[in-house]
Design a protein around this ligand. Structure first.
Ligand SMILES: Cc1cc2nc3c(=O)[nH]c(=O)nc-3n(C[C@H](O)[C@H](O)[C@H](O)COP(=O)(O)OP(=O)(O)OC[C@H]3O[C@@H](n4cnc5c(N)ncnc54)[C@H](O)[C@@H]3O)c2cc1C
Length: 408
């Protein structure tokens, strides 16, 4: 097990500086344009693919870094550049992790490369779990997958919503109900290969922030996928369902849902995105406060402004520490006995919302305009307390873990 450290090693520092250069030179200058256009920034993704940032290799290298700091460091730098564009770059990773976590080696080898495409023909992927009536309450999912034994095919029907890259993805990973009696234990994940008939994009959402990231409904109408598209395979699914039925019969002993455990482990990555946005806004505010003069002196000369900056930086550093701790625990298989993954996401996302609002205040009228980036950062920051589990759901997870009670 790697020791917990707060010091990046030389190799990680090199990667961090390289990512920071890309974020500063390519992402940040394009941020305002793609925010206004509300479109996927394909040229920036292509550029990221050319230099190797948008690739399975890069993502896997960070994901399997034994110190656990690879992913949070990468997320912080890219999201420091711009949250909407960065989500367009890392969104495919969410679907890839879905396959890495549940797929067989063959499925991983077949589908993940198709999610990314290559530098000359870049593709994206989508992870589709949320539904109009199943957001926080994942167990009320309705999308059904029914097995057609004669053809060895699964037939998918339902409507997914809020899917990042939904409808424009080459590969969609879809979570569906295979046994409605078992609640969230009766769910399974499927690959929907490129150009499968029956899958279409529903409405594309016009959003408050992260507007360069495509978010849409995905409609599934008699979508037929081969048996080999069930992640993990039929045998494993049948065993899992049999165990769940057995437990349900014997009084429903509570077991931790595997999908929920995966979410808990991926939450620090969202925390790191929030740290990136918060740090970006703080840096703009610090620079502005040091140069803007009122009453014959820089506004930072007032404790009222300087103390706000002190609080902002303190909270950003505290958020990063929680994120790094949880990431280190997750990669080293240390159990989250106090829901440390949720803790890190909760604190970092709330910090990003607070810090970006303070940045607007410090920039005064300028902060409220699109001439300066902090109003965009504030709009972007609002997503972190919503996706991958809202702040209320994180508190629920933490409180349940601490108390062992089914707090509602
Ligand atoms: C931009 C964007 C991108 C997204 N990308 C994806 C994606 O790629 N794939 C995907 O599957 N999903 C995605 N999502 C969906 C996201 O995960 C959900 O929006 C989120 O889980 C919340 O669900 P909901 O919107 O239905 O809100 P609801 O669950 O309806 O919640 C509404 C409010 O009620 C509160 N609430 C609900 N239950 C409780 C409770 N028990 N106790 C206290 N408060 C409660 C919530 O905290 C929230 O404040 C995305 C969402 C957005 C906005």
């Amino acid at each position: 097990m790697a020791e917990f450290t707060m010091e990046l090693n030389d190799e990680q520092k090199e990667v961090r500086d390289w990512l920071h250069g890309f974020a500063a030179d390519v992402i940040r200058p394009a941020a305002a344009e793609w925010d206004e256009r509300e479109e996927t920034p394909w040229p920036v993704i292509q550029e990221a693919a050319k230099v190797g940032i948008y690739s399975l290799d890069f993502y896997a290298q960070q994901y399997f870094d034994p110190t656990g700091l690879g992913i949070p460091m990468a997320m912080e730098e890219l999201f420091w550049g711009d949250a909407g564009i960065a989500l367009s770059i890392v969104g495919t990773g969410l679907a890839a992790v879905g396959v890495l976590a549940n797929g067989t080696e063959e499925q991983i080898g077949t589908w993940i490369p198709q999610m990314y495409g290559d530098a000359n023909d870049v593709k994206v992927a989508a992870f589709c779990s949320s539904e109009p009536d199943a957001g926080s309450d994942v167990a009320s999912m309705r999308t059904r997958a029914v097995y057609d034994e004669a053809k060895d095919e699964w037939v998918l029907n339902g409507t997914k919503t809020w899917a990042t890259n939904g409808g424009i993805a080459n590969v969609h990973v879809v979570v569906a109900v295979v046994d409605p009696e078992l609640g969230s234990k009766g769910h399974a994940s499927f690959i929907v290969p490129p150009n499968t008939p029956g899958l279409s994009q529903g409405q594309k959402f016009k959003k408050h922030g992260i507007r360069a990231s495509h978010t849409a409904e995905v409609v599934l109408e008699n979508v037929r996928v081969p048996g080999s598209c069930l992640l993990g395979g039929k045998e494993k699914l049948d065993e899992r369902l049999a165990r769940a039925r057995e437990r349900a019969k014997s009084g429903g002993e509570r077991v931790k849902n595997a999908a929920m455990a995966t979410f808990e482990a991926s939450r620090p990555a969202v925390g790191a995105m929030a740290v990136g946005t918060a740090r970006a806004a703080y840096e703009v505010a610090l620079e502005y406060a040091s140069t803007r003069e009122q009453f014959g002196r820089p506004i930072i000369d007032n404790q009222g402004v300087a103390f706000q900056l002190a609080d902002m930086r303190t909270q950003i550093d505290a958020a990063r520490l929680l994120v790094w701790r949880a990431s280190w625990m997750a990669i080293n298989g240390k159990p989250f006995t106090a829901a440390e993954g949720s803790m890190s996401k909760l604190f970092a996302s709330e910090t990003a919302k607070k810090v970006t609002a303070q940045a607007i205040q410090i920039l005064g009228g300028n902060g409220y305009t699109r001439e300066y980036p902090v109003e965009r950062m504030h709009r972007d920051a609002a997503i972190y307390t919503i996706f991958e589990g809202t702040s209320e759901i994180q508190r629920l997870v933490i409180a349940r873990t601490l108390s062992g009670m089914q707090i509602r």
